[in-house]
Write a new protein. Structure first.
Lengths: 119, 119
DNA sequence: CATGCAGTACGATCGGAGTCGTACAAGAAG
DNA sequence: CTTCTTGTACGACTCCGATCGTACTGCATG
């Protein structure tokens, strides 16, 4: 155990590359959210995350790892989630404040969403 | 001129096939709205339609007719717009009440949207 | 160092969506 | 009837995204 440099006030690692708040585009965000699996990811984060970041494994998604990488990157690059590297884990949370500022009401729709059978 | 059967109280033609309110799916609607051209169509209808139905031509979109057919059908089949046949014209309007009932706040986001340069 | 684990990178495949040209259908108007 | 107009139908092309297997990187732990 070594003493670590603290890159942020709370000692968090830097976020992975993501669009700034002003760069968020509605069409890009809607496209990211138009996939049922990603909708499920975001909804679970909104309803059950309890303000923690979570790894891919936490979601219990029955997909190969390479598929999950694809979807989590899609969400991050659209600006829906933020990802940080904690050791060998990459944890995600929804950018609630940013999204509510730019697209008020959108996350409420996601939280209220119910998956179709099979999703 | 023959005496016509009136299919609706106001004497409007029947709507073209579309999903019922209860069949509207968030992921389908978001997918339909994730295209900049369709976002432009819906936004223009919301801001400038003055409660009238409008033909493809009214939008002044610089695309071939077959492309417009494609996008207007995508909007209708997702449940975003309703289309009726008036003679040889096919006019569209946004299903405001249905969408507000199922996805409150969504149309506000579309109305507030601003196209990127080039859209 | 050796092993195990989280996740990425790369590349292949596949299907679906956007784009459009052309031909066609149907109502409107002369 | 002939012509014009609005829009569809069909098909081709292209591109992107979803899916996944395999190989790899990087950290952690014994």
């Amino acid at each position: 155990m070594t003493i670590e440099v603290l890159p942020e006030p709370a000692g968090l690692p830097d976020p992975l590359p993501e669009p700034a708040v002003g760069e968020l585009r509605l069409e890009t965000v809607l496209s990211a959210l138009s996939d049922p699996l990603r909708l499920r990811i975001v909804r679970k984060l909104l309803l059950e995350s309890e303000d923690f970041d979570h790894t891919c494994g936490w979601f219990g998604l029955d997909r190969p790892k390479s598929s999950l990488t694809h979807h989590f990157r899609a969400l991050r690059e659209a600006g829906v989630t933020r990802q940080r590297q904690y050791g060998l884990e990459r944890r995600s949370h929804v950018r609630v404040a940013d999204l509510n500022a730019r697209f008020p009401g959108l996350l409420d729709l996601v939280a209220a969403w119910t998956p179709a059978d099979g999703d």
